[in-house]
Design a protein around this ligand. Structure first.
Ligand code: GLN
Length: 213
């Protein structure tokens, strides 16, 4: 398949520093994210306490249930730790519920957001018929269309002026970036396509042939 060979061809260039990316492992599909990171040569570790973020080179906030994530976030100083992490400029990727907790505004129902990303999201916004589905999203900057798994996904209803849209479904944003922070309303860890993780963690790449230090 063209896509597979395209990825395979690029793989040798992804020589990475031993970047240690934290994957939030409070709930949700964190193992699939770790597999995806390993696939692109990035080592990862699971974090369950805010203090464990200190040494991480990047962060993944997986999907799951944003209400459950907030229960954890309210029991410990997660909000502060996540805010500081994003402000430090290290790459952050939030997927589905992870995107919801990064958002500034959350509706259906109204829920707190960390406000790290200047977007408004509506939870579970595809309705019952389309509760979960696999689609192809348009991602011209990532090399064309991307397979995308949507599971009780939110819809991005507003993007702030600093937010760049990296992929769309029927013209609506589904993958966005604000500086070092990327958010997908779908689950890029559930396909073999690694381009979303590559886009998020590209800043950790070192050019081929340079020292790994
Ligand atoms: N529906 C979930 C929420 O609102 C998100 C679903 C997911 O992460 N797959 O938090």
């Amino acid at each position: 398949m063209a896509l597979t060979s395209q990825i395979a061809d690029r793989r040798p260039q992804i020589a990475r520093r031993n970047a240690h990316v934290a994957v939030l492992a409070l709930q949700g599909d964190f193992e699939a994210h770790r597999r995806q990171l390993a696939e692109i040569g990035i080592s990862s570790f699971e974090v369950r306490r805010p203090g464990e973020l200190a040494d991480a080179a990047g962060l993944v906030i997986p999907g799951g249930e944003s209400t459950t994530l907030w229960k954890f976030f309210e029991a410990e100083p997660w909000e502060e730790a996540l805010g500081r992490f994003a402000e430090s400029g290290r790459p952050v990727l939030g997927t589905c519920a992870g995107a919801i907790v990064l958002a500034r505004e959350v509706t259906n129902p109204t829920q707190k957001g960390t406000g790290i990303l200047d977007i408004a999201v509506e939870r579970n916004a595809y309705g019952r018929q389309l509760d979960s589905f696999v689609g192809e999203v348009a991602a011209p900057d990532l090399g064309g269309s991307l397979p995308a798994v949507f599971i009780r996904a939110p819809r991005i209803r507003r993007v702030g002026p600093e937010v760049e849209v990296l992929a769309t479904l029927d013209g609506e944003p589904v993958l966005v970036r604000q500086g070092n922070v990327l958010a997908a309303t779908f689950h890029p860890e559930l396909t073999r396509d690694t381009r979303v993780h590559e886009a998020a963690f590209a800043p950790l790449a070192v050019p081929e042939g340079s020292s790994s230090k």
